[in-house]
Design a protein around this ligand. Structure first.
Ligand SMILES: Nc1ncnc2c1ncn2[C@@H]1O[C@H](COP(=O)(O)OP(=O)(O)OP(=O)(O)O)[C@@H](O)[C@H]1O
Length: 248
């Protein structure tokens, strides 16, 4: 279960990014958090990952308080940042992917096994010793994903994951998201471009002005997205109802 009760968050410069957000989501689930630019999506993800502490209100995630149980939350919740450069810490690909499992205090053998599996899952084995600064944008995204998954989280938060991805990359990412959900994990995708994910979601939340402007099953929320500054999927605009992406 993920439960937020009257969450408020204000940045040090006084910007009120979240102004009373309340929701309750049964897990595992595929959740889409959408909204126009600057409506509080990234801020909500950072609260869920325990990176920020709410000014007021409460949050429970799998029975944990993200701001209070930092170590436990780190073991169960992964955040894939919008910009992979914010996330990549290791000098080489192999070192970076090892960072998460090492931080969980796992044995060397377990770390090695997890790194190997994560590199294989993302086709990164040949790049293991390559310096991270020398990777392409798409390779950096794969390294960031491999690093998060190597920690084997139960909840994975994705901030605008389709940004800069080409057509095959977008399809591969959608397959990954659906596979993670099938494995019984909770997948939370924040985006202002809902076309690729909406029909696959169990639940959709729309943020506007730091408040939850709408929420519910995707087939219903899809019809109201335009009111909240979010472009509805093409199939909805064409009057065909919500259809899975990619079409055909
Ligand atoms: N570090 C910060 N300091 C001050 N204000 C911030 C900071 N980060 C975000 N904000 C403000 O908080 C509000 C919510 O920002 P947030 O990044 O959560 O929105 P978002 O919905 O993820 O936007 P986008 O789709 O553009 O990524 C915005 O008004 C933004 O200007």
């Amino acid at each position: 279960m993920i439960e937020a009760n009257d969450l408020h968050f204000t940045y040090p410069d006084g910007t009120q990014a979240l102004r009373g957000v309340t929701f309750r989501i049964a897990t595992p689930a595929f959740v889409v958090v959408c909204g126009a630019n600057g409506q509080g999506k990234t801020t909500l993800l950072h609260l869920l990952a325990g990176l920020f502490r709410p000014d007021a209100g409460s949050l429970r995630l799998l029975g944990l308080d993200p701001a209070g149980d930092a170590q436990a939350v780190r073991a169960r919740v992964g955040l894939v940042f919008q910009d992979p450069d914010s996330q990549i810490l290791g000098e080489t690909v192999g070192e970076d992917v090892a960072f998460g499992p090492e931080n969980l205090g796992l044995s060397k053998a377990e770390v090695r096994q997890r790194v190997q599996a994560a590199l294989a899952r993302f086709g990164l084995e040949s790049l293991r010793d390559k310096p991270c600064y020398a990777l392409s944008g798409g390779e950096k995204r794969r390294v960031a994903l491999a690093g998060v998954l190597a920690a084997d989280p139960s909840v994975i938060l994705f901030d605008e994951p389709f940004t800069h991805l080409d057509w095959p990359g977008s399809r591969a990412l959608l397959d990954l998201l659906l596979n993670l959900r099938r494995e019984g994990r909770t997948v939370v995708v924040s985006t202002h471009d809902v076309e690729k994910v909406l029909a696959h979601a169990d639940r959709v939340m729309v943020l506007q002005g730091g408040r939850l402007a709408d929420e519910g099953p995707p087939s219903e929320v899809a019809l109201r997205l335009g009111r909240h500054g979010v472009r509805p999927p093409c199939s909805v605009l064409l009057g065909k109802g919500l259809q899975p992406w990619p079409a055909g």
